[in-house]
Design a protein around this ligand. Sequence first.
Ligand SMILES: [Zn+2]
Length: 479
Amino acid sequence: MTRYEAVIGLEIHVQIQTATKAFCRCEGDYNAPPNRNICPVCTGAPGALPVLSDEFVARAVRLCLALGARVNLLSTFDRKNYFYPDMPKNYQITQFFTPIGSEGRLLVTGADGVERAIGIERIHMEEDTARSAHLGERTLLNFNRAGLPLIEVVSHPDLKSGEEAAQYFKKIYDIAVKYLGICRGNMEEGNLRCDANISIRPAGSTALNTKTEVKNVNSFAFIAKAIDHEIERQIAIVEAGGEVESETRLWNPKLKRTETMRKKSGRNDYRYFNEPDLGPLRITAEFVEELRTTLPELPDDKRRRLREAYGINNEQLDLFIGYPAVCEYFERASSSATASFSTIAAWTSGELLRVEDKENFGAVQTPPEHIASLARLIDTKKVNGPQAKEIFAIMRETGSDPEEIVKNDPRFTAIGDDETAAIAAAVVADHPAETEKYLGGRENLLGFFVGQAMKRAKGKADPAKMSELVKKELTNRKK
Ligand SMILES: [Zn+2]
């Protein structure tokens, strides 16, 4: 049986948040009442001339740098000619001949756990079209979206599975939305859109076979499923002796399958030519370097540093990379404490996020120093697990430092080894029948003894120590 591998490339459109549209001074907010933010330029009135937004250029350069791409100091704006009702000029201004960015890269972790670089072929600036809504027989057009700045990021076909594609898409989302803050990131409103080009070939081959395009998989939940389904569909066709047809397909989330949208016949000829009303875009190396200094630490670098500095697990790394505010909190707690990083990471990602919203983490009231202080109490075994949870609740309610809470509340004064041993002995002495059964081989009764002893210690003993001492006491009775 032939084994197959998938060849996947993604085209991701990122809508850039700017004060004005890309080529006119209309407000860049398309949630205004329909057709409020429009002018002769973005509605394609004859003779209206485009003027490029500086803010758009600066944000495009920052995105190129963040994706590890080369910034081209000279790039071109070009016309892509086609007819569609949402674009009355009958062309879209894009960058076809020379984009602003070339040859970037991002890392993904493959199924084998090994990190691999995914190449980014080009990053180009363009304008969005109007939004159309279909109402029965009629189509409504909202030109608030026409002319909004868009950046398209085109990957090389280096991705191998739906899971890898989802990781890559999520990383671009994180960089644009959370790290650079240049995109609103509302997927339902189409702030980020993803089209996937997919083909298959026998594993190890270098052939590039007919591909299909799955359009508008604008959800992290669906992208992996849509791509994996499409790979399976193509394999089934080839296995049955058929041929994959070049077509555009759509993901149907209800039926969990891709469906034909339109067949592709030949290549579209968009008659690209340089946009005569704009001319080439020239920027200076100084401008690029100045913008480079405004970049935050980016996900791939951050992951490497966190892994080396704190030795935390992959799940926690994913969380901290995806939520920079949670990460900052963890790092502040770690810098203030003599507690172990793993305890601090566990409590930040566990208990704290059970009660706090990671999407809105900036508003957390509990200072990181308090989580650190609680972690120190746990690490030094001054409190046990159930006590720590209780202290956590009090700490959040009162805003007090856990050290203070423990000092002022006799319930949290852990009992010493002598007292623990005395309780262990008393509990064993009080249950002769169970002791006999235990010594006769019913070793699972140990849990019963420890439970009784912890109850008697009012939870103030260390459960591991108690278990050890109860076992010792029972074994002593053997003689
Ligand atoms: Zn306008």
